[in-house]
Design a binder for this molecule. Sequence first.
Ligand code: ZN
Length: 392
Amino acid sequence: MKFSPSFQVDPQEPWVAQHNREAREVWAAFKADRPTRVPVRFTGARTIYLEEKRIDYRTYYENPEEMLRLQLEWQRRALELPFGDTILAEAPATWSVTVDFHPVASAACFGCPVVFRPDAVPAHECAHLSREQCRDMPMPDLFTSGLLPREREFRDRMDQLCDHGLNFLGKPVKRSKPNLPSTGGGTFSTALDIRGPEIMTDMYEDPEFVHAFLERIAEWQIALHRAWCESDGMPYGMDQPDGGSYSLFDHGIDMLSPAMYDEFPAALIIKLCKKYGKRPGTFLHHCGRGAHLFPLMQKKFGLTTISALTWPLNDVGRVRREIGPAVWIEAVISDSILRTTPAAIRQAVRDFFTSEVKGHGRLSLWVAGEVTGISAENYRALYAAVREYGRY
Ligand SMILES: [Zn+2]
């Protein structure tokens, strides 16, 4: 395997030292709850690297060597790009790699067709099974269904490479453990993947079916992760008296009313927590437009963080009013804005950072960079605008 020999930025250069000093100060103030400006978490190095090198994303999934090489190269690239509050040009003590078939692994187990794309992570189609098919469906094998055999093959090969003393920029490379197959968007979104949006009609026509179907999927996801933890020689959080919580993570809940969310996903979370002696997770990833569910979630589960809350898809000021000042919000500015021009981005950031949105802090910005087509110039403009309008 051929790797880059060094960072392309020099930590001794004045601009790098200055950038790192500011980033450290901003994060320290944020964590101490005395923010000086909104911090920016930038994770767009992956797509930037793929575009710079004109790499077809499909090659990433073809063999474990390429998956490992690309993960290392874009971790390096992330430490060179001054588009967020990242400490630049400092290698970690250990580089971490992982087998990554996010977000399609669990949908593929259920027979949803997967499409590998040249410029983005893979996607899958809905299986559109009937209610009867869903009822009669045997649950997929925990090791041999869908892409799981390929995941195992990649895992073994990555281990071989890492165990033979693989180094990158002078630091050892290790596979992160446990390496769990992605369950995509969580339990409800997997139900949507299998049954389709008809699941929402089922909620009215055959609620017993929906309760049973969601519970079967959730138990299967728990069993999947338990099996993969064990095969990785790691303890499983749900089995530990003091470890793990049952996650709230769920894509696709946007379309549910608070009453339906309460009756189905929330009731299931509470049921499983009771069964396994866990608390509901208080960290919510939500990249959709389900802000109408947050007050209920907060009442039921006590949210501490809402991550990936996208603007202008959601009225972040209103969310803040409804959930109060204590919850950490990690906001995202929509890709459709980031694809425009530096001037438009600057204007958007100015509009976004109202005093209500900034509040007394507990607000950070996540620049996810999951899509191609956003220029380095635009990322630079975004960070500059946050440095200007994101101050307290
Ligand atoms: Zn998401």
